[in-house]
Write a protein that binds this ligand. Structure first.
Ligand code: KG4
Ligand code: ZN
Length: 371
């Protein structure tokens, strides 16, 4: 069985072909990062326009890579939410048209379920119950997956996502966009103990995350150390990461040692919180395995720290290869396969659901709408 995955929830246009349970025949991602870099964040209107231009060539490329024709496809899985409405609509409309034209089944997939299932592409036999940390530019949540395809929300961020915190810190230091990979690289030559950053915990005892205190500390410490690059130009377009900045210049060629120390201290503060909260949740929920996925799961310190923490507790760990951590369609095809095999079908009134929550109270209602 070959499944076509379609993902356009944010700024990457992605199409993949999955065969069977875990053979990825093609995984094509067209990144718009360079386009949005000029604004220091994603501009939704630009994103949806580029999805529209890119999606057909990306499909052709994916089919070519898979050595498949459209008629070889047995089912179509598309991200229906959460995400940017304009971006989601391009993928959903395209997938509906394909499924209808070919007479193949269609299923709408939750993007966050896709991130979780990405781990099972390379680790299909991970034991249950599994605890999944999904950590990206838009999300920072922990889910319990007691069995295949079932999710319960255990913790979420009350404000910024961890990736957003990386992006904002990098922007303040004038390092460029997206910030995560740049901070990761600079931190390798920095002292993680040089700048004291807070590790926030909820006063109500919940395992939820909050990065707003860290954000304030970053601003304060960067100003105090003379590292803050502050621009007064108004934002030229809508910027989901904050309205206070104008177009970004390229990153400086040689960041100073002080910037590297700052980056290392910041990264360690974020990673400490992510690992500590995930381990607490794993213990509370009696998990046997941990999954870490989403763009921030590419972070080298997070990967090694999570490995050490899981090894110390005898927990199995799966962190997908970076190409399956950041947004991609292989993960959507992998999650879609589960639903298609259970006989779930979306009808042609499937629509984009920008606020679709995974494992929350709305999950049952949303699934019904897909049948
Ligand atoms: O999953 P993703 O590609 O898109 C979203 O759904 O958000 O994640 C993008 C986020 C960005 O915030 C980016 O800065 C962050 O992932 N990121 C990283 C690293 N690589 C990407 N954060 C920390 N370290 C990295 N190596
Ligand atoms: Zn994502």
């Amino acid at each position: 069985m070959k499944i076509l995955g379609v993902e356009t929830s944010c700024d990457d246009t992605a199409i993949a072909v999955l065969e069977g349970r875990d053979r990825i025949l093609a995984n094509v991602v067209s990144s718009q990062t360079a386009l949005h870099r000029a604004y220091g964040g994603i501009v939704p209107e630009l994103a949806s326009r580029h999805h529209l231009e890119n999606i057909q060539p990306i499909l052709d490329e994916a089919l070519g890579m898979a050595g498949a024709r459209l008629t070889d496809i047995d089912g179509v899985a598309v991200t229906a939410g959460p995400g940017l409405i304009g971006s989601l609509l391009v993928g959903v409309s395209f997938a509906k048209a394909l499924a209808w034209a070919m007479g193949r089944p269609l299923v709408g997939v939750n993007h966050l379920e896709g991130h979780v299932r990405a781990a099972y592409i390379e680790a299909p036999d991970l034991p249950y119950p599994a605890l999944a940390l999904v950590v990206s530019g838009g999300h920072t949540s922990i889910y319990l997956s007691p069995e295949e395809g079932v999710y319960k929300l255990v913790a979420r961020t009350r404000d910024d996502a961890a990736g957003e915190a990386f992006d904002k810190a990098a922007r303040l230091l004038g390092l460029g966009y997206p910030g995560g990979p740049i901070i990761d690289r600079l931190a390798k030559d920095g002292d993680p103990a040089s700048v004291p950053f807070p590790r926030a915990r909820m006063s109500d005892g919940s395992l939820d995350f909050s990065f707003s205190g860290l954000k304030t500390a970053v601003l304060r410490q960067a100003r105090a150390a003379g590292l803050a690059i502050e621009r007064s130009a108004p934002s030229p377009a809508y910027d989901p990461h904050g309205p206070e900045r104008g177009p970004q210049e390229d990153a400086p060629a040689e960041p100073s040692q002080a910037v590297r120390d700052f980056a290392a201290s910041f990264q360690t503060a974020v990673v400490d919180v992510l690992v500590e909260r995930t381990m607490s949740a794993a213990q509370e929920q009696g998990a046997r395995a941990v999954v870490v996925s989403g763009g921030v799961a590419c972070n080298s310190l997070l990967r090694t720290a999570m490995r050490a923490a899981c090894d110390a507790r005898g927990l199995a760990l799966a962190i997908p290869a970076p190409k399956y951590c950041t947004d991609n369609a292989a993960m959507i095809a992998a999650a879609g396969r589960l639903h298609l095999e259970r006989g779930e079908r979306a009808t042609l009134d499937l629509s984009a659901q920008p606020g679709w929550k995974l494992g929350g109270p709305e999950a049952a209602r949303t699934t019904l709408r897909h049948k």
